[in-house]
Design a protein around this ligand. Sequence first.
Ligand code: NAP
Ligand code: HSE
Length: 451
Amino acid sequence: MVSRCQFTNNYHEVTVKAVNIGLIGLGTVGSGTLSVLQRNAEEITRRAGREIRVIGAAVRDVSKPRPVDLDTLMLTQDPFEIVNHPEIQIIVEVMGGETIPLQAVMQALDNGKHVVTANKALIAIHGNEIFESAQERGLMVAFEAAVAGGIPIIKAIREGLSANRIEWLAGIINGTTNYILTQMDEAGCDFGDVLADAQKLGYAEADPTFDIEGIDAAHKLTILASIAFGISLRFSRVHVEGITAITSEDITYARELGYRIKHIGIAKKSGDGVELRVHPALIPKNRLIANVNGVKNAVLVQSDAVGPTLYYGAGAGSEPTASAIVADLIEVVRTITTDPENRVPHLAFQPGAIIDMRILEMEEIETAFYLRMNVINRPGVMASIATIFGHGDISIDSVIQKGQGRPNEDVTIIMLTQTTREGNLLEALGEVEKLETVNGDVVKIRLEPLS
Ligand code: NAP
Ligand code: HSE
């Protein structure tokens, strides 16, 4: 088809053919993508140099009402009808899950089609084989929407920071958990109610335990670490903790001490290895990242030449994610005719230059801690805890006792430690929990100064 579009001051007849797209999925992200492509069609054509036209989509239920214009679309329940369609050149996988997307993407590559996906689980777990296949066939697999929703963080690290040696990065990379923690902190809302809201707003994964147990953030961290350090994708080596153990009490105490509790992903080069971890952490309240609230995400990247850079924006939702998908589509369309050898490599580093670095065990990492424990209010209790910490080479930074506590009654002690080896702390806490003056388990949350 020949389309008309305006370039700078002149009207040109664009004689290049439109590029045909097939969507697998037309839910939150798929319908947002179609909507942005339809609404901004002229602007997008001016940027891409060719019209980008969606001609088909696969969905589970073809009769479901959808908030988009489906007039010119072929709808099917079979993703492989899209993947095998002879006129479709680019497949946009926005269905979610692992098995069918993996088969569909591999089949699309076999069929010579480029792929754009928002599926972090797919890339984090199967990316190595997907990129190998794409590389062999000279095809592109673009995945900007897989990390931090609408923030162009993949492009920033892969291209904008390519002069730098990246030392570490830390990010709030799950919108649902950030939304939940913010609502618990600012409005005192109940965890379950806020999660239900996040689901209604289209932020949460099909299985929301992926969000609240940290798995989604671990998928994203796997991808970020790979493009930051030039290492292969190693999802199974990420240490993963979610937010289900975080209580309003800890959020309040953290605030009193000058911190916010955030769920963060950290990838850090450390000695001969790499730390890969996702967990809640106290962040000093004066750090910009501590003030990233609601569904917003932010990624702080520490690099040797430029220093720290911070990327902020909507981490989930229909059109923010569509923004990243459409940007990928435009890039694929622009690049389609270039020599595959001269394209930006999928994982930022040339395929032959990807290395495997040792991923550190959690016992080896060094960080500060927030500790909360219930103890019996009796002389010598603090001394016995301090002695155990002293033997473990753990320095206490500050201690607060909550409540008056009459003699021999329970009181809550909050402690902040200085940076310590995690293995030493776990060993010491094992001993502390055995003291007859300490009731129950000690709550521990890592504290990251991010300086
Ligand atoms: P969603 O709203 O649940 O949409 C999934 C779509 O896939 C629906 O249109 C569904 O059809 C279709 N589908 C599911 N199983 C199918 C099957 N077997 N055959 C054909 N079609 C099928 O999910 P989403 O939130 O858009 O997320 C899609 C992907 O984007 C996921 O990988 C997610 O992790 C990722 N992502 C999401 C966000 C976000 O904010 N939501 C942000 C970044 C990345 P029906 O509509 O008929 O049910
Ligand atoms: N469920 C994800 C989140 C969607 O809440 O961040 C965006 O990747």
